[in-house]
Write a protein that binds this ligand. Structure first.
Ligand SMILES: [Cu+2]
Length: 109
């Protein structure tokens, strides 16, 4: 339990700047068991070449401070994405990448 907490803390610190070391892609973790976090933010850019969205996300308590960063998404999500759209989604990590699933338009605050 204590080790898990330390690992989470270490990950959070590593994530703070969204510095992503280039490493070979790890085998995808089963999404169902990967830790996930609800996230809310604004799509600031759509990046088809990376199959990713640049999202300015709000603070994710205990995981990540508010920041603008790249999230991988699947093809249908990428296609449906609209720039400047406020969204809610579920964040999860797969290897070195952060992914969003269940991306839904949200009302602006
Ligand atoms: Cu972030």
């Amino acid at each position: 339990m204590k080790t898990t907490r330390l690992l989470l803390l270490a990950s959070a610190l590593l994530l703070a700047g969204c510095a992503k070391p280039s490493a070979p892609a790890a085998a995808p973790a089963p999404a169902a068991t990967a830790p996930s976090h609800p996230v809310r933010g604004i799509i600031v850019d759509i990046m088809p070449a990376q199959s990713a969205l640049m999202v300015k996300h709000e603070d994710i308590p205990g995981f990540m401070p508010a920041m603008t960063m790249l999230f991988k998404v699947d093809a249908p999500t990428l296609k449906a994405a609209t720039k400047d759209q406020t969204i809610t989604a579920t964040l999860y990590q797969q290897g070195d990448d952060f992914w969003l699933r269940d991306v839904k338009p949200a009302a602006t605050k």
